[in-house]
Design a protein around this ligand. Structure first.
Ligand code: ZN
Length: 301
């Protein structure tokens, strides 16, 4: 096993790390670049001691990735659309690069080092600015499968529902994501929220003080997220575990958990799903680095 330079590129920030034998050493984090030149600059800064000491680059980001080389479409970083990052890295740095969808990478990370080790079928969802997720299947003696999904864009509110960033109406993400709640809390309490504070943190603070509006909002969100999970569970009796990650989910789970568990109890049809474990990723926020390094190793050999 070598040493892989990994990039977890999100809509707000890019995290750079070094991964060796499944161990992540964070290097630098910057605001998301806005061009390929900006990306190159950040990589050079994050590898100030020389990029050639790495076997190559593992690049994880949201969006549709083709052949683990090309970003077909990036929802938030349109300057990455249609870019073949493998060719680009070869030209820019003279090293290899393999690309993965960030949730696929996080799923592989959980299978190898995290909460999905030894699980035949599980789901991993990110509850963050957006709602993302995938299903993983692992049958002993066969290659693990990561099945991509778009749980945030399950249309649960019909055509009268709220407008989603994807352009459709009525998606789960438009109502229950951290981004949707951020907008809602800002609208309700804008003048009371310190200007340097994320409205979601304001919500946490108020919920910790048992303010009824904050507890009610978390109840609504918890129930909404749980309904998404119930629908998923009722489509797939194999699922044994739900793993979640993402700042909004991790911070808010203590307020949402009782409502989530209640909705799953009521809504799940398979008896073994009634008390399904809903656990936080222990690898978060490093899971995507571990997974994309594993993908790099697999493709590079
Ligand atoms: Zn949508």
């Amino acid at each position: 096993m070598g040493k892989v330079f990994t990039v977890d590129g999100g809509g707000d920030k890019f995290a750079y790390a070094s991964v060796e034998n499944g161990k992540v050493i964070p290097l630098r984090t910057f605001s998301s670049p806005t061009s390929m030149d900006g990306l190159k600059d950040q990589i050079l800064q994050a590898t100030a001691d020389g990029i050639k000491k790495y076997d190559g680059i593992g690049f994880a980001t949201a969006g549709i990735v083709q052949n683990h080389t090309t970003i077909v479409q990036s929802p938030n970083l349109h300057w990455l659309d249609t870019v073949n990052l493998k060719e680009w890295a070869q030209n820019a740095f003279g090293i290899s690069c393999w690309v993965s969808n960030d949730i696929e990478a996080a799923g592989i990370g959980e299978l190898r080092e995290g909460e999905l080790q030894g699980v035949r079928c599980g789901i991993i969802d990110t509850i963050s600015t957006g709602l993302g997720g995938c299903t993983v299947i692992q049958i002993p003696g066969t290659k693990e499968l990561v099945i991509p999904g778009e749980p945030g864009h399950m249309v649960n509110f019909g055509l009268q529902g709220p407008l989603c960033g994807c352009g459709k109406f009525g998606c789960n993400e438009a109502r229950y994501s951290g981004g949707a709640i951020r907008r809602r809390v800002k609208q309700l309490f804008g003048d009371q929220i310190p200007s340097d504070m994320d409205p979601c943190r304001f919500l946490d603070q108020e919920a910790d003080k048992n303010r009824p509006w904050a507890l009610q909002l978390y109840k609504e969100v918890g129930e909404g997220i749980a309904l998404g999970w119930v629908n998923t569970l009722n489509r797939n009796g194999w699922i044994e575990k739900i793993v979640y990650m993402g700042k909004f989910g991790v911070y808010g789970m203590k307020h949402m958990r009782p409502h989530i568990e209640e909705v799953i109890q009521i809504g799940a049809m398979f008896p073994h799903h009634k008390n399904i474990p809903v656990v936080q990723s222990r690898l978060w926020p490093d899971g995507a680095h571990i997974g994309v390094a594993a993908i790099f190793e697999e493709y590079e050999v």
